[in-house]
Design a protein around this ligand. Structure first.
Ligand code: ADP
Length: 634
């Protein structure tokens, strides 16, 4: 379309050419007919002029019959000079013997008295018929000859009526010269007409083709997507109407284009902002569109996946064929955790792109991230089974002790108190567990209110550590309930040393005192529980420019690397039996994690198996809050 049309191929040239050819053919036909007629006319006129009047013929007959040859010859010379023929014509009189008697050719008077060489004259004398014919003379060019028999006017019957003949020969040059002149005039006229015709036909064809040319240009612009121009309308004829139609078409196409562009943009932005991933493929299952979310899910780039088979992209080529997806599979649950370095479970819903005819032109896959849902489903299932399991163990052990007691052991003053102590411990553990579960459930459901207040963390941490130092001095067995009814589950009479590395600065941080105390108690208790007797526990508190970091290190068992991320899970215990023996519920760190998260902080652990563990808690802190502290004090 964009290729330039060559001049000779243009409609402009073709129209002009048709006009010129028409003109030339017409002029030529008319000219040829005209010249031909003119030529015939002229020749006819010329021929009739080549004649001798009958009365002169009679005079010649008389002289030919005269016996006075010499005077008769003179008479005849005079007679032929009187003949009304062109002065270029040569008139020769011959008697019935074929002897030349007179000639109008002054240069050829010597031929008089000699025999004529012309066979035509002889045959005219012999036949008595007029001869007409064309000849060619060296000097004269094309000639016309008429030979008329001269008859004895007095003769009766045919007998010796022929007394001689007169031959008139005239060059035709003048006739053809005339015709040539006319042809020349005609040629000049047709040349002028041709030139004028070319000019006019160019002007006319320009007038016709200009609107067509403009429409062509507009159509090319439209094809390029430029709808700004309008075709000029030159008149109300068919071309004018076509121009109006082209202008209307341009507006319509622009509107349609804008509408489809807007639709496309809307679709693009819908796709881009969808939280679900979307992949569209062609009929062979090769990806043609993929949105950002899907790219993020699959941790890939647009240019790497366009044209790639969806089976390969979703890594399901081994289990499914494209036909399976097209015919049966409406939904798949795919686990990408192994492929990627994080956990990702996607639910993929497939649907077909079908034309009205039923022809399948592609496939759309919607990827929905169900990792959290799957995880929480799994956790819920595990949680229920864990709770049942955790409660069943103490209940079973209590039942066996109670059975033993009721079977008579109650009477034994040595065994009975022991058994009762065990059942009491199990009951305590169950109460602790139920309390922990309740706390967790309140934190989960959001019913447990976080009551934030600015607390000097420095002072607060020291206070908690003082309590642990105090407990060491008092009897661990009587680990008393603190003023918040929070039971301190410190098992065994274990010795430990608490070393403090605490900043001297006052750090005012917004926390819920009760809940945060529960977190630190739990971490301190764990440090004691999982440390050897007499172990050193180091408590640190420091600040960064927008966080406070609190840590508790012990010299205990440590946590294996594989378990390090799981210790904050509910009921997760590295060594179940040991933890249970120590009275642990496996819920303490889970609660701590929830509380710290609710305070906007983070809890994590660093550990070396066999050497010890360090639990860290970081809380958001802005030094400006110091003034808040000052206020409190004020
Ligand atoms: P538990 O009541 O069993 O202590 P937690 O939630 O407080 O429950 O702790 C979960 C698990 O983390 C414990 O069972 C233990 O295996 C491990 N753990 C916690 N703190 C420490 C520590 N300081 N040293 C070694 N292991 C620890």
């Amino acid at each position: 379309m964009n290729k330039k049309i060559r001049f000779f191929q243009s409609i402009h040239f073709k129209i002009a050419l048709v006009f010129i050819l028409l003109l030339l053919v017409t002029v030529e036909i008319i000219g040829a007919y005209f010249v031909r007629s003119l030529e015939q006319q002229n020749v006819e006129t010329f021929k009739t002029s080549i004649n001798i009047d009958p009365y002169l013929q009679e005079k010649l007959a008389t002289d030919l019959m005269s016996t006075h040859v010499s005077s008769a010859n003179d008479n005849m010379k005079t007679t032929i000079s009187q003949a009304d023929v062109a002065n270029t014509a040569t008139v020769v009189v011959v008697d019935d013997k074929g002897t030349v008697r007179a000639t109008s050719n002054l240069n050829d008077q010597s031929s008089v008295g000699q025999k004529s060489a012309s066979s035509n004259i002889k045959s005219v004398i012999y036949n008595g018929q007029t001869y007409e014919g064309y000849g060619y003379g060296d000097n004269t060019g094309s000639t016309y000859t008429r030979i008329i028999p001269i008859k004895n006017p007095n003769a009766t019957g045919d007998g010796n009526a022929i007394v001689g003949a007169v031959s008139i020969t005239a060059p035709m040059e003048s006739v053809y010269a005339n015709i040539n002149k006319i042809i020349k005039i005609f040629l000049i006229a047709s040349l002028v007409a041709g030139l004028l015709g070319i000019f006019i036909s160019i002007v006319i064809s320009r007038a016709i083709t200009r609107p067509i040319d403009e429409m062509k240009k507009q159509a090319i612009r439209m094809a390029r997507g430029d709808y700004s121009g309008q075709v000029r309308i030159y008149g109300q004829d068919e071309l004018g109407q076509l121009a109006v139609a082209v202008n209307n078409l341009s507006v319509r196409v622009e509107e349609a284009q804008e509408a489809s562009e807007a639709e496309r943009r809307r679709l693009d932005s819908v796709l881009a902002h969808m939280t679900d991933g979307v992949i569209a493929t062609d009929r062979r299952g090769n990806v043609i569109i993929i949105n950002e979310t899907a790219l993020d899910f699959l941790a890939t780039k647009n240019e790497d996946v366009i044209g790639v088979s969806i089976l390969k992209l979703l890594n399901i080529a081994q289990d499914y064929t494209l036909r399976d997806l097209l015919e049966n599979q409406k939904e798949l649950l795919l686990d990408f955790s192994q492929q990627l370095d994080h956990e990702l479970i996607l639910r993929v819903d497939f649907s077909l792109i079908q034309r009205e005819t039923g022809f399948i032109s592609g496939l759309v896959a919607v990827l929905h991230d169900v990792t959290e849902q799957q995880k929480s489903d799994r956790e819920r299932r595990e949680f229920v089974s864990n709770v049942s399991h955790e409660l069943r163990t103490p209940l079973t052990s209590m039942r066996s002790y109670i059975e033993a007691l009721s079977d008579g052991a109650w009477k034994d003053p040595e065994i009975a108190p022991q058994f009762l102590k065990v059942t009491q411990e199990e009951t305590d553990r169950m109460i602790r567990m139920i309390n922990d579960l309740l706390s967790l459930s309140r934190l989960d459901s959001g019913t447990s209110k976080i009551e934030l207040e600015y607390v000097n963390l420095n002072e607060f941490f020291n206070y908690i550590l003082d309590r642990f130092d105090m407990m060491l001095k008092t009897d661990n067995e009587h680990a008393s309930a603190d003023n918040n009814q929070h039971v301190l589950p410190v098992a065994n009479k274990k010795q430990y040393v608490i070393r403090r590395e605490i900043t001297r600065r006052d750090l005012w941080v917004e926390i819920d005192q009760d809940k945060f105390m529960q977190v630190i108690d739990n971490i301190m208790n764990n440090a004691i529980k999982y440390s050897p007797d007499g172990g050193v526990i180091t408590a640190r508190l420091l600040e960064t420019h927008n966080h406070v970091i609190l840590s508790v290190s012990d010299q205990g068992l440590g946590i294996p690397r594989s378990d390090i991320n799981k210790v904050f899970d509910r009921f997760y215990r590295v060594d179940k039996a040991r933890s249970r023996k120590q009275g642990g519920t496996g819920l303490g760190l889970a609660i701590s994690k929830e509380v710290v998260a609710a305070l906007g902080g983070r809890i994590w652990v660093d550990s070396q198996e066999g050497k010890g563990s360090t639990f860290y808690i970081s809380l958001p802190y802005s030094p400006i809050a110091d003034t808040g502290g000052d206020w409190d004090e004020a």
